[in-house]
Design a protein around this ligand. Structure first.
Ligand code: PCA
Length: 216
């Protein structure tokens, strides 16, 4: 299964990003049945969305799994919806703040994830990893990359399944040392990839997805 796995570099307020660690680790070891391309994306509005778009155009992956850090959360969050919106008072790594701006004024308002979220949630929960489905990926760089990936796939007419997963901060990077360890987070992402491999012949396009993805 040709798969694109992305994470993010650190960003203001978070000097460590576990998504970067997980992506670098998984990129360095073979995963049975998964032909993995990995990339750590910059926390930069001008480059991150274009970066994942270019990778999707080049690789034409069957699956796209984008990861990022949700520093205040305690569980893995499977994001359901990406919004055509940049809206955060937090600057990106180049100091740019974007509030209330569409990512692409010509694009639809939102896209649903096309990953099998319920199967993924069940597999993670069965392995003892705290997990939730989340309806809102925020409106900072993670949502930006999630939306850009979905829009690129739609615009190119690809059949790739794609979505976004937020990781909690790793225990190793927490002042109190609580939470999931980096190796648990890596195991969680391996489980997500194994669910994608097992369900690779299925498309998980909901009716809502088709409706929301209509061009205006
Ligand atoms: N988390 C941020 C951006 C990069 C990351 O890892 C977010 O949730 O938007």
């Amino acid at each position: 299964m040709r798969t694109l796995l992305t994470g993010f570099e650190p960003f203001p307020g978070y000097p460590h990003n576990p998504s970067q660690w997980v992506v670098e680790r998984l990129g360095a070891e073979p995963i049975p049945g998964v032909d993995l391309e990995t990339q750590v994306l910059p926390v930069d509005y001008a480059r991150a969305g274009k970066g994942i778009g270019r990778l999707i155009r080049e690789i034409k992956p069957e699956a796209v799994l984008a990861l990022g850090l949700a520093g205040k959360r305690r569980s893995v969050r499977l994001e359901r919806v990406s919004l055509n919106l940049n809206d955060s008072s937090r600057p990106d790594n180049r100091g740019r703040v974007s509030e209330g701006q569409p990512i692409d004024p010509q694009a639809p308002a939102a896209y649903f994830s096309s990953l099998p979220l319920i199967e993924i949630r069940e597999a993670l929960a069965a392995a003892g990893i705290p997990v939730r489905i989340s309806n809102h990926a925020g409106a900072y760089l993670c949502n930006h990359v999630f939306f850009s990936a979905m829009h690129t796939i739609e615009a190119l007419g690809l059949a790739s399944r794609a979505g976004f997963v937020h990781l909690p901060q790793a225990a190793e990077y927490h002042p109190d040392g609580e939470g999931l360890s980096l190796s648990d987070l890596k195991k969680g992402v391996e489980i997500v990839l194994s669910v994608l491999r097992k369900t690779r012949s299925e498309r998980h396009e909901t009716r809502e997805n088709q409706e929301y993805s209509q061009k205006p």
